[in-house]
Design a binder for this molecule. Structure first.
Ligand code: PLA
Length: 439
């Protein structure tokens, strides 16, 4: 079978008519017409486009609950105190320079990142079965992992993602060269997990298929598996189907406030000795959104393949962006390697998680006080940054138009963007939308 790269080059070649001698035939319709006149206007991104619309609204009361970005009670972006301290240390260190990093980034960052998600006492790390590469946040880690699988995985080059899932998964994996299919995950009727549907779909999926799992705080639903359900799922994936789990860990510490609790599922899978992919992001848990810092870890069964896997991983990264940026990873390494900063980080992380949980209570109470029709207990029960409200597109559009509340069309709201000040406005908007248009 031809490799993905060969197929991609072949398809590119089909776009051009190669003339004899190798030059490319090109015939613009006229000397003045643009060669891009045929390019169609693309729609805005379903999540980041909400911010674009928000920025255009002149209203002083507008609230952006679209993108999952933490805000303080005052509605401001937060730079963690530990991040400021790490930056001061980095700035004071005159020995630091701006040289290129190696293709897989800062070795110390990679080691600390693997320890953060797998645990310091992880047998897989001790046995040399973990390959970690610093990548461009969670998205870049998923993309590099996807492309490595498309090129080197011996199983079926198909990945199963939950329905629904973070919208970008559906774009990242096909571009990386993996056929992308969905498995049932969420039951809108119960606003809970469709565990039976999930198991049934994965049993029906090919043996060896790749299965994308949200490590915790499932986006957009806020619905996670219980520890027993994780164990049931693990048995199906490992024992019955020999499938390959690919964890997307974008919210470690944000779901429960504890880094270890939120790593439970990943550790459960890795500790059974099987092969596992993990994409980690420091965007949310260290507030390093724009620094684009994250890691891809590949856990292999046999340590003797690790060096070869790493060598090929470099060949995926080098032509994509050559090597990752230094600054964010230097901040993360400084914090993770310094026990005092590490402890302080855990306190700040817990405070962010707690503020999100308190927003859940405030919103729930505000709807109760307004006697808003419907059952809103899912606001309290869902986990992580988001509430998947169950509001429909018509209701969302109404809330944006009448109340200047910006959120994604699927009815997801970022609880991290809410504050005590804006809860009443949101509750009024939800109440009015529900009364006006029953869903
Ligand atoms: N994976 C999941 C499940 C995510 O929710 C996000 C971010 C990422 C990966 C990637 O984040 P990173 O590349 O910045 O590390 N989701 C956000 C932002 C918070 C976004 O859509 O880019 C969201 O609002 O859903």
């Amino acid at each position: 079978m031809k490799s993905v790269h060969h197929r991609r080059i072949a398809s590119l070649a089909r776009h051009f008519r190669m003339e004899e001698g190798g030059s490319i035939a090109f015939s613009p319709t006229s000397a003045t017409a643009s060669s891009f006149a045929h390019v169609k206007q693309a729609p805005e991104d379903a999540i980041l486009g909400v911010t674009v619309a928000y920025n255009k609204d002149p209203s002083p009361v507008k609230v952006n609950l679209g993108v999952g970005a933490y805000r303080t009670e005052e509605g401001k972006p937060l730079v963690l105190n530990v991040v400021r301290k790490a930056e001061e240390q980095l700035l004071a260190d005159r020995a630091r320079n701006k040289e290129y990093l190696g293709i897989t980034g800062i070795p110390q960052f990679n080691k600390l990142s693997a320890e953060l998600i797998l645990g310091r006492d992880s047998p897989a790390i001790a046995q040399g079965r973990v390959i970690t590469a610093q990548c461009l946040s969670g998205t870049g880690s998923l993309r590099v992992g996807g492309e490595f699988l498309a090129t080197h995985y011996s199983g079926p080059k198909v990945i199963y993602v939950p329905s629904p899932t973070w919208g970008n998964h559906l774009k990242i994996f096909p571009l990386a060269g993996l056929e992308t299919r969905t498995y049932r995950y969420y039951n809108p009727k119960t606003r809970g997990l469709d565990y039976e549907g999930m198991i049934e779909d994965l049993r029906a999926a090919p043996n060896g298929a790749v299965v994308l799992l949200h490590a915790c705080a499932h986006n957009p639903t806020g619905v996670d598996l219980t520890q027993e359900e994780w164990e049931g799922l693990r048995k199906v994936i490992r024992n019955d189907k020999q499938q390959l789990p690919f964890f997307d860990s974008a919210y470690q510490g944000f779901a429960s406030g504890s880094l270890d609790t939120d790593a439970f599922a990943v550790r459960r899978f890795v500790n059974d000795g099987g092969e596992t992919f993990i994409a980690q992001s420091y965007a949310k848990n260290m507030g390093l959104y724009g620094e684009r810092v994250g890691a891809l870890s590949i856990v292999v069964r046999d340590p003797s393949v690790a060096a070869r896997v790493e060598s090929q991983l470099k060949l995926v990264i080098r032509p994509m962006y050559s090597s990752p940026p230094t600054y964010g990873a230097a901040i993360v390494s400084t914090i993770l390697s310094n026990p005092a900063l590490y402890d302080e980080w855990k306190v700040e992380l817990k405070a962010m998680a707690d503020r999100i949980i308190s927003m859940r209570h405030q919103l729930f109470d505000a709807l109760k006080a307004r006697k808003t029709p419907g059952d809103w207990t899912h606001i309290l029960n869902q986990i992580g940054m988001f509430t998947f409200t169950g509001l429909n597109k018509q209701q969302v559009e109404y809330m944006t138009k009448e109340y200047h509340i910006y959120m994604t069309m699927d009815g997801r709201i970022s609880m991290a963007g809410l504050s005590s000040r804006t809860v009443p406005q949101l509750a009024d908007a939800i109440h009015s939308a529900v009364v006006k248009f029953s869903s």
